[in-house]
Each structure stands twice: as structure tokens, then as C-alpha cells.
Ligand binder design. Structure first.
Ligand code: GLN
Length: 446
């Protein structure tokens, strides 16, 4: 059914970089046996899944939407892939994204332009645009994305689906191609909150192969499926609803808050004064980490190698010049500059300090409130081609999602109505490792 749906919708949507039909059918045939002959069934038994193409999959090409990795067939599975297999989900293929997860529209992919299933002149968001579009188009039951500054939540918002960024450290990053290691987190994109609960249950948990993985007990997330938010205390940051936010998006968020009120929750306006520095802080830190992480793509260890170099340095230079697209180069240059001697204190170290202030904004609000609610993104999905030449405008789309990564806390985007026929996302942010409250608030609203 999944491949049939892909055949119908993929010519317009273009969510996938690689389809893995033969192996998927073989895996499904195995599960069919269990169905008819008996045997244990995993939590995600038989559910077709799409995987963002920066999560490594054993023997299945993993490109990160980069020409650099056009020939990269990993020899192992990411921990999340092992967990999905253990839960008996079936991998349908690898999904389009912005190259190395850098971007907010999936237009930085060097493979294809993914369109928004709601309107094919609009972007699906990014960087996990393929992950959101595939779920919205009904091609897969769920997908995995990665979120460094909003890349699960923002495309989920634009495509009218549910996207969860778990607490930093809850889901293993082993086998996620690193963009900014102190911010990256894998999470589910699903049609509804209940599905998000089950996928999170399957992929969360401590992993000794990821040194930043948290050793915490994983609760039973189905405890979130109560529909009850009586007495829930909601903080609404005025900075998330101020200048630059489309009035129709704001109206949809206010409507959602009225729904919460009617269910017995209480909300109050709060201030998170360092929000205005979050975008600048993030782009310094994320680019710095990226410039270091992407040093491994040297033409020797992974992916392509340029032909006929004059010498070793020329081989590095040519391989990297040919392999990386413009946005990736921009980030590497920005990051290398920010980390260079003489500038480190003024940029990188300063940004680290600002990061702490942003985290303290969250700590303060969470002393009095259970969740923070606002929009996921300032606007609905914008038109293809309108921002890709203008990186600064593109970066500002992340204003509501980036602070969450800097603080390391969990957040979900759930659909909250339409503005001019396009989906609006409601963002619900929680305390570190309190995914249960985030999911409970999301489920009750949905
Ligand atoms: N749009 C942001 C960026 O370009 C976030 C990307 C992400 O979360 N991977 O860095």
C-alpha cells in the first residue's frame, strides 16, 4: 500500500532520495509469516517508515542530500534503526532533506525539490522536509527526522503533521551524521500524537555508543494519552508572538489557548528576554560545530574523491569544492572563522555564554509553569524559490524553534488550524525529560 501511494504521489511530492522496495518487501514477507503463523509482534509491527537521509542505514545509501555522499553505503545501522527493526517497522526508503540538515526549506538538497503536499508551489519546510511531506502525503505511517534548530518541528508545522524533538540525550545520535553535535536530536514525524508516543517509545533509551546519551529510565509514554489537562499551567512567551509573527498564525495560537482554557488549563503571558539573541547565538555555535564535524569529509574516508588532483592538499580542496553545496560551504566558512584564534573569545565563547542565558530563561519559566506554548514558526509554508537566495531571511524562520535546542528541552509541533488554506503549527515545549507532559498537552488539544 505504501509503494502504491508513493507511485501516485511521488511525481509531485518528491519526498524520497532512495527507495528500498526489494528489502522492504522481503521484510514485510517475514512479518506476514508472523501474522499467519504466530510469533511475537513488536511495538511498530509492520508499520512502513521513511528515514531522513542523514541517519545511517546498513547497506542502504545514505547521502545527507549531498553529492559528497552520493556513493556512501554505510556498513552499519544507526542505533535508532536497530531499534526500529527490533520494533518490526519496515523501512520504505530514505527521505530528502537540506544538505547535511542545513536549511529550512529542503531546497538545499542536491537531489530534488520536495513540495508541500498541501500546495505544490510551497516548501515543505526543512531540513526534514522529506520526512514531513512523506507523512502528510500518506506515503508512510511515520518517519524519522533530525532537529538541530527546528528541523523536525518546522516542516511538521508547514505540512500539517506532528513532529517531536525529544530532550537532548533521550534518543541516541549514534549513526546520525553529525551537524551540530550539542544540538542534534532524532525524533518522530507522525500523523497524530498517539503515533508519536509509540515511535518515541521505540527509539528512546540509553546507548553506550553515544557519549551524550542520557542514562535515564524510560517511562511508559502511553500515560500521556489521557485527554486531561485540568490545572495544567501554560506559559506563553510574549517574544514568540511579537514582531515578525504573521497575525493569522498568532490568531490560530490564541484560538488554541482558548481551547486549553475550556479544558481547565490556565495560561499566562511570560517573558523570555534573551530570545532575541537566539538566532545569532545558534548560527555561530551550529556553524562552529559543523565546521569541525564536516572536516571528516576529506575525499579519503567517506564519499567522493576528486579526480586528477595535483597533490594531497589539492585533492582535499577539489573534493570538498565539488562535494559540498553553497549553504554547507557558507556554514563551514562562518564556523571556521568563529573558531579561529583571535576571534574565538569574541564569537564562539560569547555565544556559549548567551546560550546559558537562553537556557536560564527556560529554567525560570519552568519554575512556575508545566509547559510553554507558542507558534512553531512565524509564518505558514512560504513559496518555493523565495528565500533560498536570502539566507538571513531563511534563518529567521527558526526564531521560535532554535531556543529549544539551545536549552536542550523537548518540544512538539501539532497542527492548530489553517491560515489561508495552509497548516499552522502549535509548539508545546516542556521540561527536560518531561516528554510525558508535552505529549499529554498535545494529545488533549488534538
Ligand atoms: N534551519 C536551521 C538551520 O538551517 C535548523 C536546521 C536543523 O534543525 N537541522 O540550521
Amino acid at each position: 500500500a505504501s509503494y502504491r501511494r508513493i507511485a501516485e504521489t511521488e511525481p509531485a511530492v518528491k519526498a524520497f532520495i532512495t527507495l528500498d522496495e526489494e528489502n522492504a518487501r522481503a521484510a514485510a514477507a517475514q512479518l506476514d509469516k508472523v501474522l499467519h503463523e504466530g510469533g511475537e509482534r513488536g511495538l511498530l509491527f509492520g508499520l512502513p517508515a521513511g528515514i531522513k537521509d542523514n541517519i545511517v542505514t546498513d547497506k542502504l545509501t545514505t547521502t545527507c542530500a549531498s553529492q559528497f555522499l552520493s556513493n556512501y553505503d554505510p556498513i552499519y545501522d544507526a542505533t535508532v534503526m536497530k531499534k526500529l527493526k527490533a520494533a518490526q517497522s519496515v523501512t520504505i526508503g530514505k527521505l530528502n532533506m537540506d544538505e547535511f540538515a542545513m536549511g529550512g526549506s529542503t531546497e538545499n538538497s542536491s537531489y530534488a525539490v520536495t513540495t508541500n503536499p498541501w500546495n505544490k508551489e510551497r516548501v515543505p519546510g526543512g531540513s526534514s522536509g522529506g520526512s514531513a511531506a512523506a507523512v502528510a502525503a500518506g506515503q508512510v505511517y511515520f518517519s524519522l527526522g533530525s532537529d538541530t534548530g527546528g528541523s523536525i518541528r518546522q516542516p511538521a508545522a508547514y505540512c500539517g503533521v506532528v513532529g517531536l524533538k525529544p530532550t537532548y540525550g533521550l534518543v541516541s545520535r549514534f549513526g546520525l551524521v553529525a551537524f551540530a553535535s550539542s544540538l542534534d536530536q532524532i525524533g518522530p514525524v507522525t500523523k497524530n500524537v498517539e503515533d508519536s508516543v509509540y515511535v518515541l517509545q521505540a527509539i528512546a533509551g540509553h546507548d553506550p555508543q553515544d557519549s551524550t546519551s542520557a542514562n535515564v529510565a524510560i517511562p511508559d509514554y502511553t500515560a500521556a494519552l489521557t485527554g486531561d489537562v485540568k490545572g495544567l499551567r501554560i506559559g506563553v512567551p510574549k517574544e514568540y508572538l511579537g514582531e515578525g509573527i504573521d497575525p493569522k498564525v498568532k490568531e490560530a495560537v490564541m484560538d488554541a489557548l482558548r481551547v486549553y482554557e475550556s479544558m481547565g488549563a490556565v495560561w499566562e503571558e511570560v517573558s523570555m528576554p534573551h530570545t532575541e539573541y537566539a538566532v545569532a547565538c545558534y548560527y555561530l555555535l551550529a556553524s562552529s560545530e559543523a565546521s569541525s564535524n564536516l572536516a571528516r569529509f576529506d575525499g579519503v574516508r567517506y564519499g567522493i574523491r576528486a579526480e586528477n588532483p595535483d597533490n594531497l592538499i589539492d585533492m582535499y580542496r577539489k573534493s570538498r569544492s565539488e562535494g559540498f553545496g553553497p549553504e554547507v560551504k557558507r556554514r563551514i566558512m562562518l564556523g571556521t572563522y568563529a573558531l579561529s584564534s583571535g576571534y574565538y573569545d569574541a564569537y564562539y565563547l560569547k555565544a556559549q555564554k548567551v546560550r546559558t542565558l537562553i537556557k536560564q530563561d527556560f529554567d525560570q519559566v519552568f519554575e512556575k509553569f508545566d509547559v510553554i506554548i507558542g507558534p512553531t514558526a512565524p509564518t505558514t509554508a512560504f513559496k518555493l524559490g523565495t528565500q533560498v537566495e536570502d539566507p538571513l531571511t531563511m534563518y529567521l524562520n527558526d526564531i521560535c524553534t532554535i531556543p529549544v535546542n539551545l536549552a536542550g528541552v523537548p518540544a512538539i509541533s501539532v497542527p492548530c488550524g489553517l491560515a489561508d488554506g495552509l497548516p499552522v503549527g502549535l509548539q508545546i515545549i516542556g521540561k527536560a525529560f518531561d516528554e510525558t507532559t508535552v505529549l499529554r498537552a498535545a494529545y488533549a488539544y488534538e
